[in-house]
Design a protein around this ligand. Structure first.
Ligand SMILES: Nc1ncnc2c1ncn2[C@@H]1O[C@H](COP(=O)(O)OP(=O)(O)OP(=O)(O)O)[C@@H](O)[C@H]1O
Length: 698
C-alpha cells in the first residue's frame, strides 16, 4: 500500500494494533518510536480507564524509564482523567467536549489529534477546524512540536474558510467553478453591492449598501439562496433582487465572497462526496461559534466515517451577530444519536477569585445550562473594580497599574504579561497615548488589521488588479497615487463601461486607443497605469525568478514612486506608513520563501486540478483570510503589551488583564439593553474577557 495514499478501510482504537512505522514514511513519527513502543500502545494503556488521576500517574510512571522521550507519553502525563478519556475516546464516534474557560479544551483537542496519529490515522485524513487563522497557526506549531513539522503540515488544519478554499481550488471544477477565482474581501463585496444598489435604487447611500451587505451575508450564513422561497421570511423582494444581482456580479468577475467559499464547498461535497472519502476524523474547535453552514460542512467532511470531535463552551458564544448558532450542539445530538459528552471541570488558568467573579457574571443568565467550573489554583488576589470618571482617567490608571505591577514584581512581570481587552476599537485611543507617554511598547490585535491600513491596502489592491483586471479595486487605485484621473474621468469610464457592457479595464484601453474622448494628459496617465499593471503581471508570472511576487511588489513601489508619494501626501505620518510598507516587503519575501500547504491528497476515482493555486492567488487569499496583525518582529516580544478587542482575545490568556469601559452603554452595549438575548451575549463577552486572566501570581 502506498503509505501516503488513504486507507479507506474503517478503523477503531481496538483494531489498530499496527505500529506507526507501518503507516508513515515520515521520519518524525518513526523516530519517535525508536524506544520500541508504538504510540498506539502508549495510548491504549488508557483504555484501562484508571479510577483516579493518581492511579493514572502510577500506571504511567512504571513504564516511564522506557519511554521518557515519547511525546504522547509526555502528553498523557499532562492530562487529567477526563481530558484523557476524551483524548482516547474510540474512533468512529461523535464526541462533544464541553467545558468552561481554561479547562484545557484546546489542549485536549490537540492531544486527540496526536492520539489519532498514534492510532495510524494519516495526517492528511484528519480535518481540524479552528476559529481564526492565528489559532490554526498556533495549533499547528504545538502539534509540530510533538510529531514534527512534516507530519503536522499534512493535517488539513485551518479555519473553515481556508479549508473550503483548498477544496475548491482542487475540485471546484466539479461544480463548474472557473479556475483562478479570487476572494472578495469586505471592501470588494461592498463595491459590488454598491454597483448593484445603484441599479436597483439610485437614491441609495452608503448605509443602505452596508445594510444590504449584512442582510445578504446573514442569509448566506443560513444557506439561504436568492431563489429559495423561505428567503422572504427574512427579507424583502427588493433585497432578494439585490442579492441575486450581487451574485451575478461576483460570478462575472470570478470572485467568491467569504460566505460563498463555504456555500460552494458545501455544494461540492454534497454533489461529490468522494472528494472527502479519505477523511477519517473531523475535529472542530470553538464549536459554539459555528453557523449553520459550517455545521453542515462539518457533517459533509465527516460523511464517510462520522468520526467527529467538537470542543466548545456555550457560555463563550460571542458571535451571534455573525449568525453563529449555539443550537448546533443540540442539532449534532439529534443528527448523531450516539453522541457522547465529556465535560471538563477544572480550570487551570485563572486564580479562584478571578474565576468566581467571572462566574458571578455569567450565572446571571438563568436560561443557560449550568455547568461546574472549579479552580485548580489558589484564590489569589481579588479582581479590582476601578470606577473612573472618564476614559482619560481610566487610561492613566491602567498604565500606572501596569508600571506598579512590573516594579513590584521586580521585573518578573513584563509588558507581554498584560493585556487590555476592549469592547470596541474606539476605546483604545487614550490608552495608546498613555502607553506611548510611559514608553511601553504595545501591539494591537483583532479588528485593527495590518492589511486594512491605507498604505498597505493600496499596494495589495494593486496586486489584486494585477491578478484580476475585473476587480472592483481597480477604481480604488486608478488615481492613487494621484495621476490626474479624478472622479469626473472615473465616472466617464464607468459610464462607458456600463453603456457598452464591458469591464472598466476595457473602457480604459478604449480611452487609450482614442475610442473614448479624453485629453492627452489623461490618456498618457491611463497608459502609464496600464503599463505598470502589465509589467507587474509579467514579473509575477516570470518563473525564472526566485521570488517573482516580491520582485513585482518592489517594482510597483518604485514605479509608483511610493515613498515620495507618501512623503508628499501623508504629512507627519508618512515615515510610520513607509515603515509599514517596509514590513509588507519583508512579509512578502518571507511568504515567498515559505512552502505552501501541501496539496490535498489525491483520491482514487476523482481527478483534482493541478497548479491552479499560483503564488499571487495564495498570497491574496492569506491576506483576505488573515484575522489580525502582521507585526514587525524587530523588537523583543516580551516587552510588548497586547491591546485587543474582546472578540479577538478568544482562546488566549495573560497573567494580568484590564477591561476598560465596563459600564452600561459600552458593556453591555447600548443597543443590547432592550433584549434579554442580546444582554446575555454581552454577559458572555465580559465572561470571555475576564476568563482570559490567569492572576498575577500564576
Ligand atoms: N491537565 C492540565 N494540567 C495543567 N495545565 C493544564 C491542563 N489542561 C490545561 N492546562 C492549561 O490551562 C490553560 C488553558 O488551557 P486551554 O487554552 O486548552 O483551555 P480552553 O478550555 O481551550 O480555554 P478557553 O476556552 O478559555 O480558551 C493552558 O495554559 C493549559 O496549558
Amino acid at each position: 500500500m502506498d503509505p501516503l495514499r488513504h486507507d479507506t478501510s474503517s478503523q477503531s482504537v481496538k483494531d489498530t494494533s499496527f505500529e506507526v512505522e507501518d503507516v508513515y514514511e515520515d521520519d518524525e513519527l518513526t523516530l519517535q518510536q525508536s524506544n520500541g513502543f508504538a504510540e498506539a500502545d502508549v495510548f491504549s494503556l488508557q483504555e484501562q480507564q484508571p479510577t483516579s488521576r493518581d492511579d493514572t500517574k502510577v500506571a504511567v510512571d512504571q513504564k516511564a524509564p522506557h519511554r521518557s522521550s515519547s511525546p504522547t507519553h509526555r502528553l498523557r502525563l499532562s492530562l487529567n482523567e477526563r481530558q484523557l478519556r476524551a483524548v482516547t475516546f474510540p474512533l468512529q464516534s461523535q464526541l462533544q467536549i464541553l467545558a468552561g474557560p481554561g479547562t484545557g479544551k484546546t489542549k485536549t483537542l490537540i492531544s486527540r489529534v496526536i492520539f489519532l496519529l498514534s492510532q495510524g490515522v494519516h495526517p492528511s485524513n484528519i480535518i481540524v477546524t479552528t476559529f481564526t487563522v492565528k489559532a490554526a497557526n498556533e495549533m499547528r506549531e504545538r502539534i509540530a512540536a510533538m510529531v514534527g513539522p512534516s507530519v503536522a503540515s499534512r493535517l488539513v488544519l485551518g479555519t473553515f474558510h481556508s479549508i473550503a478554499r483548498r477544496y475548491l481550488i482542487k475540485y471546484g471544477y466539479l461544480i463548474g467553478l472557473p479556475t483562478g477565482f479570487q476572494i472578495a474581501d469586505e471592501t470588494d463585496a461592498l463595491h459590488f453591492i454598491q454597483s448593484v444598489m445603484k441599479e436597483v435604487d439610485p437614491e441609495s447611500d452608503k448605509n443602505d449598501c452596508r445594510h444590504a451587505r449584512n442582510a445578504i451575508s446573514n442569509m448566506k450564513s443560513r444557506a439561504i439562496q436568492p431563489s429559495s422561497l423561505s428567503a422572504l421570511e427574512y427579507t424583502t423582494q427588493e433585497m432578494m433582487q439585490v442579492y441575486s444581482l450581487y451574485q451575478g456580479k461576483l460570478a462575472e468577475a470570478n470572485f467568491l465572497d467569504f460566505d460563498d467559499l463555504l456555500l460552494k464547498c458545501m455544494e461540492l461535497l454534497r454533489t461529490n462526496p468522494l472528494v472527502v472519502s479519505n477523511i477519517q476524523a473531523v475535529l472542530v474547535d470553538e464549536f459554539q461559534d459555528t453557523n449553520v453552514v459550517q455545521y453542515q460542512l462539518m457533517k459533509l467532511f465527516a460523511a464517510r466515517r462520522s468520526n467527529i470531535t467538537i470542543v466548545g463552551d456555550p457560555d463563550q458564544s460571542i458571535y451571534a451577530f455573525r449568525a453563529a448558532e449555539s443550537t448546533n450542539l443540540m442539532r449534532m445530538r439529534q443528527d448523531f444519536q450516539d453522541t457522547s459528552v465529556v465535560s471538563l471541570e477544572e480550570n487551570y488558568r485563572s486564580s479562584g477569585h478571578i474565576l468566581n467573579a467571572a462566574l458571578a457574571v455569567i450565572q446571571q443568565d438563568t436560561e443557560r445550562i449550568q455547568k461546574t467550573v472549579l479552580p485548580n489554583h489558589d484564590e489569589g488576589h481579588m479582581p479590582v473594580f476601578f470606577p473612573a470618571r472618564n476614559p482619560y482617567i481610566e487610561a492613566r490608571h491602567i498604565v500606572k497599574e501596569i508600571q506598579r505591577l512590573i516594579d513590584l514584581s521586580c521585573g518578573m512581570l513584563k509588558p507581554h504579561d498584560f493585556a487590555i481587552l476592549v469592547r470596541s476599537a474606539r476605546l483604545t485611543r487614550p490608552i495608546e497615548s498613555e502607553l506611548t507617554k510611559a514608553g511601553i511598547d504595545y501591539r494591537i490585535v483583532g479588528g485593527f488589521r495590518f492589511w486594512e491600513r491605507e498604505e498597505i491596502k493600496l499596494l495589495v489592491n494593486y496586486l489584486v488588479v494585477v491578478k484580476s483586471r475585473r476587480s472592483p479595486a481597480l477604481l480604488d487605485i486608478i488615481n492613487s497615487p494621484r495621476r490626474g484621473i479624478g472622479s469626473v474621468m472615473q465616472a466617464a469610464l464607468l459610464n462607458h463601461a456600463n453603456a457598452y457592457q464591458v469591464p472598466i479595464w476595457d473602457a480604459i484601453q478604449r480611452a487609450i486607443d482614442g475610442q473614448v474622448r479624453v485629453n492627452a494628459k489623461v490618456r498618457s496617465s491611463l497608459k502609464q497605469f496600464v503599463d505598470i499593471i502589465t509589467e507587474a503581471e509579467r514579473l509575477v508570472q516570470d518563473s525564472s525568478r526566485e521570488t517573482p511576487l516580491a520582485d513585482a511588489l518592489d517594482y510597483l513601489i518604485t514605479a509608483l514612486d511610493y515613498k515620495e508619494a507618501l512623503r508628499k501626501d501623508r504629512g507627519d505620518t508618512w515615515a510610520a506608513r513607509w515603515e509599514n510598507v517596509t514590513d509588507l516587503k519583508e512579509h512578502i519575501r518571507y511568504f515567498c520563501a515559505t512552502a505552501p500547504d501541501p496539496e490535498l491528497p489525491d483520491i482514487d476515482g476523482v481527478e483534482g486540478t493541478k497548479a491552479a493555486d499560483d503564488v499571487l492567488s495564495r498570497f491574496l487569499a492569506t491576506v483576505n483570510l488573515a484575522p489580525s496583525e502582521a507585526e514587525s518582529s524587530a523588537f523583543d516580544p516580551t516587552m510588548v503589551l497586547t491591546i485587543s478587542t474582546i472578540h479577538g482575545s478568544k482562546g488566549l490568556e495573560w497573567p494580568v488583564v484590564f477591561i476598560p469601559g465596563v459600564y452600561e452603554g459600552s458593556i453591555p452595549h447600548a443597543l443590547s439593553l432592550a433584549k434579554e438575548v442580546d444582554l446575555a451575549e454581552e454577559r458572555r463577552l465580559l465572561y470571555v474577557a475576564m476568563t482570559r486572566a490567569k492572576g498575577e501570581n500564576i
